[in-house]
Design a protein around this ligand. Structure first.
Ligand code: IVH
Length: 696
């Protein structure tokens, strides 16, 4: 066998395909029949060879690579835990002026000019956990998961010595302590050294090592890994025994949790800035990885007033360290066609290590961006990676450009189907004009449809969608739900009647086996009942992300309500929704105006039941289900605070008065909206009356 370093690209690609098939075959022999056809040592040797080749050619990693598959298969077997309080994420900022904007927005929301103290905490690059204690005893532990449902890692957490298994008698009867599990740099290097010696998989960075170690089905493996933790926030608690984040840390210490000694209260923006600069300086010498600083409003009372946006608190933000950069070469510029037909240029790079991660592609955004930066094939460029975003080309090194290089010419036809690609006046992107008959668009729509925030069908990854589309197995979303029926019997006996059998037999495809096909069908079955926000998001309406889908679900309640309004060209309610602008409303209406989309929806709904949206907000309040409009200047509440309160009590907030409005709250100097309310006979409330309604 050739040494990996002597492999050509073609050879590597071929061998990776071979390894994927071999390992898949061995997996299914093992899992299905409990009868491995390879010895453990041989199996490990194949996997090791696979990861070695992948490490050398990171851009050849297959979507069905065994290095990815193992994780997924294990994952599905964890028990799920629904968090009683969602585990939120944080908004990101990258500069001190954005931190300043954040501080200003906090003050504006609270309508105060007073100084506000912030707790500045190192942002640990690990994996968040939630540990639940009942009557002083640790009863369960969970990962964050999607923030709503996490994985049960109770036994694994117990193996981390720093986690107290009991709390003192005066701690709250119910107490969820949250924080970050991480692997210290030293322990990460040791683990990788050991794995190298044992020819086992290497981890790319301490974060991956921590995640891989904590999310083990066999907690004995977790126990062998050196994991550490910091505690920093709480979930459910029966008793708030602290008034500030600072006091909360004191409690945590009292109860025996490790808290980061670098957490620090800052009293001004200058202190915040100094602290940030200091942390940047000592960052490399810290024994663990951090990727920024988190600022939290110190006062819990103010935190409660500020409340939450969809997925993030209004009272905290993450200030990330600047992006990591590296120099490399653009080998090629490729055009990708997205689900709405937009042509997006992507740079294929000479693979380069950017802050610990191998990068082989970067987005070039659009035609104008390429022109503006005059990016050309063969150029030497600075690429950067910040957080989880796609790497970007920041700058071209013109002095390194070869003399015969030519400017890049953006194609005017779709590279996938050859149709004209046109650019509307007000658009940044050129679009393929063939719609869903362009295979690239159809595939992208399918990929979006099964993606994590949409139908979330595990087993239908990008590569599988491509193959199934190319082979005529899947054409449109509804086809997913007839797969099982079309597959034919999985019993071996049908071979005898092969000539009468026109089933798909997915299990005979390379990389598939009876078990993986069974798992796929189970995943699809699971999705025959789908929530309204997921369904709306899955449709792939231009501009409608999951936050907008949620807004639509909240405001319409059922898919029929939305579709009926849209098909009757009733957009009054739509445009009145706070958070939906004119352009977006136009895209939504246009989507429903297209015959083809209605057909896709109708055929989908033969197989899928879309559950109505039930508002989880307080439902026994006089505001629940009502549509409310604010106008004029309020005295006691800022507009943002008033809106947030109305939503908390189950109301929908609209921006303009219409026949759908239930209440108009008028402050000082109210203008045309108050007048319109009077004309339409809508109840008008003063600020005081509104406050009464939300105090009940
Ligand atoms: S607070 C509502 N504090 O960052 C508050 N998070 O981007 C939510 N993280 O999922 C989290 N260090 O995994 C908080 N000191 C810290 C943190 C921290 C790291 C992680 C955490 C969270 C993510 C949010």
């Amino acid at each position: 066998m050739k040494d990996v370093k002597d492999l050509s690209r073609e050879e590597a690609e071929k061998e990776l395909a071979f390894l994927a098939a071999e390992i898949a075959k061995a997996d299914s022999a093992y899992y299905q029949n409990d009868a491995p056809d390879l010895t453990d040592a041989d199996y490990d040797r194949l996997k090791h060879r696979n990861s070695e080749i992948e490490a050398k050619f990171p851009d050849l990693v297959r979507a069905d690579s065994p290095s990815k598959r193992v994780g997924a298969a294990v994952q599905s077997k964890f028990n799920k835990i629904t968090h009683r309080f969602p585990m939120l994420s944080l908004g990101d900022v990258f500069s001190i002026s954005e931190v300043d904007d954040f501080v200003i927005s906090v003050k504006r929301f609270l309508n105060t000019a007073d100084n506000i103290d912030f707790m500045a905490e190192p942002k640990i690059d690990g994996l968040s956990f939630s540990a639940r204690y009942e009557n002083g005893i640790f009863v369960s532990g969970a990962t964050r998961g999607d923030g709503v449902v996490g994985e049960d890692i109770t036994e694994n957490l117990k193996t981390i010595k720093q986690l107290p298994l009991t709390l003192p008698p005066d701690a709250p009867r119910i107490m969820e302590v949250r924080g970050e599990v991480y692997m210290a740099k030293k322990d990460f290097f040791e683990l990788n050294e050991k794995n190298t010696a044992e020819k086992k998989k290497l981890f790319a960075n301490p974060r991956n090592a921590a995640a891989g170690s904590l999310r083990q089905l066999d907690s004995k493996i977790t126990a062998e890994r050196k994991l550490s933790l910091w505690a920093y926030t709480w979930g459910e608690t029966s008793e708030h025994q602290w008034k500030t984040q600072e006091q909360f840390f004191d409690k945590l210490k009292e109860w025996g949790f490790p808290t980061n000694p670098l957490n620090k209260v800052c009293h001004s923006l200058t202190e915040i800035e100094e602290n940030f600069a200091h942390m940047m300086e000592i960052r490399a010498d810290l024994p663990y990885d951090i990727d920024g600083i988190v600022y939290k409003v110190n006062s819990i009372e103010l935190q409660n007033r500020l409340g939450f946006l969809t997925r993030t608190p209004r009272w905290a933000i993450a200030h990330k360290f600047p992006a990591e950069q590296a120099l490399t070469r653009i080998n090629n510029i490729r055009i990708q066609v997205g689900r709405t037909g937009a042509l997006t240029p992507v740079a294929d790079l000479e693979p380069v290590n950017v802050g610990g991660v191998m990068v082989s592609h970067a987005t070039l955004h659009n035609e104008d961006e390429i022109k503006r930066k005059d990016i050309r094939i063969g150029d030497t460029v600075v690429v950067q990676r910040a957080g989880d975003v796609i790497p970007q080309v920041v700058e071209v090194k013109i002095d390194k450009r070869s003399q015969n290089s030519l400017p890049y010419e953006f194609p005017v036809v779709c590279p996938e189907c050859g149709a004209h690609a046109v650019r509307e006046d007000n658009e940044a992107s050129r679009r393929c004009t063939r719609g869903l008959t362009c295979p690239a668009q159809a595939k992208e729509r399918l990929k979006h449809f099964v993606s994590k925030d949409a139908f979330d069908i595990v087993g239908l990854g990008d590569k599988v969608i491509e193959e199934f589309y190319d082979d005529g197995i899947l054409g449109s979303p509804a086809d997913i739900f007839t797969l099982e029926e079309r597959n034919g019997s999985t019993e071996a006996v049908v071979d005898l009647f092969a000539e009468f059998d026109n089933g798909l037999h997915l299990e005979r495809r390379s990389g598939w086996g009876t078990l993986s096909v069974k798992n796929l069908f189970a995943a699809i079955q699971n999705r025959r009942e789908i929530s309204l926000p997921r369904f709306i998001y899955a449709l792939g309406i231009p501009q409608v992300g999951s936050a907008t889908a949620l807004l639509l679900a909240k405001n319409y309640g059922s898919f029929d309500n939305l579709q009926t309004d849209m098909c009757a060209l009733q957009t009054e309610k739509l445009v009145a929704i706070d958070g939906i602008g004119g352009e977006m409303a136009k895209d939504i209406a246009e989507f429903f105006g297209e015959e083809h989309n209605l057909k896709v929806i109708a055929s989908l709904r033969q197989y899928v039941h879309v559950a109505d949206y039930i508002n989880e907000e307080i439902t026994d309040s006089p505001l629940s289900g009502k549509t409310i409009v604010f106008t004029g200047t309020l005295e006691n509440l800022t507009r943002a605070e008033a809106k947030a309160n109305a939503q908390k009590f189950g109301a929908k907030v609209a921006g303009s008065v219409s026949a759908h409005t239930d209440y108009v709250v008028v402050g000082a100097d109210a203008g045309s909206k108050a007048k319109k309310a009077a004309e339409l006979g809508i109840s008008v409330l003063s600020e005081a009356q509104f406050l009464m309604l939300i105090k009940q």
